[in-house]
Design a protein around this ligand. Structure first.
Ligand code: SAM
Length: 227
């Protein structure tokens, strides 16, 4: 997401520690204390301006949400929405999703959302895609057993790549839609990019995938080998 540089953004993010977690390493394994409840934690990597994570927080008060975004000039818009809505169940992290293991331990997170992730179309940039196998391992290391990834994109190439990557990793494909806005999925909360691309008539792809335990994973992989 390209945006005007906002030199004041970093300072503003620091002024709202109730919404923007400044020292996530210290919260590792203790996120229940941050939210003051035992509700499940869902995170979004690459939250952008936060329309999705704030919308989800409003729609599902019994789930805790954490939006993670690299760019301070972008995530500051998510903070503005949180200040307005005063949601206790949504927090923000202005950090790199590559370092998730520094902030979360195994079992801290129940679900990961990836929405309109940067496609990195060149082959030599494959490792940067948030659905590359090293990221899938990273997510596995912080998710509960049987945790899920919910992924949306307008980019057909990235979607096809990601389905293959999920499948090769042994993830179970629970739900796939090749045209989300014409599907029967009713609980969709649109992201900023989703609004922009669907207004141009572009279709939106969506899937839900689930991690398997090692026995289930071997079964899934064996089944695929025999196809
Ligand atoms: N999810 C939003 C939406 O759908 O409107 C934003 C999509 S934008 C194409 C991708 C966002 O992911 C950018 O804001 C970018 O800064 C962020 N991003 C990319 N890699 C990231 C990483 N490793 N950690 C955190 N954020 C990342």
């Amino acid at each position: 997401m390209r945006l005007r540089h906002k030199p004041w953004a970093k300072e503003k993010l620091m002024q709202y520690p109730q919404y923007v977690i400044q020292n996530p390493e210290e919260k590792k394994g203790k996120w229940r204390n941050v939210f003051n409840n035992e509700n499940p934690i869902h995170i979004e990597v690459g939250t952008g301006k936060g329309q999705f994570i704030v919308g989800m927080g409003k729609a599902n008060p019994d789930v805790n949400y954490i939006g993670i975004e690299l760019q301070d000039s972008v995530i500051v818009s998510a903070l503005d929405q949180l200040i307005e809505e005063e949601l206790p169940n949504v927090k923000l992290l202005n950090f790199d999703g590559e370092n998730l293991k520094n902030y979360f331990e195994k079992g801290d997170v129940e679900r990961i959302y990836l929405n309109f992730s940067d496609p990195w179309p060149k082959n030599r940039h494959e490792k940067r895609r948030l659905t590359f196998k090293s990221f899938l391992k990273l997510y596995e290391d912080i998710l509960i057993n049987g945790g899920e990834i919910h992924f949306k994109t307008d980019n057909q190439g990235l979607f096809e790549y990601s389905l293959k990557s999920f499948s090769e990793y042994g993830l179970l494909l629970k739900y796939v839609s090749l045209d989300l806005h014409k599907s029967d999925f009713l609980d969709n909360i649109m992201t900023e990019y989703e609004e922009k691309f669907s207004a141009r008539g572009q279709r939106i792809y969506r899937c839900e995938v689930q991690y398997q335990n090692s026995i289930q994973k071997t079964e899934v992989l064996n089944e695929r080998m025999s196809e």
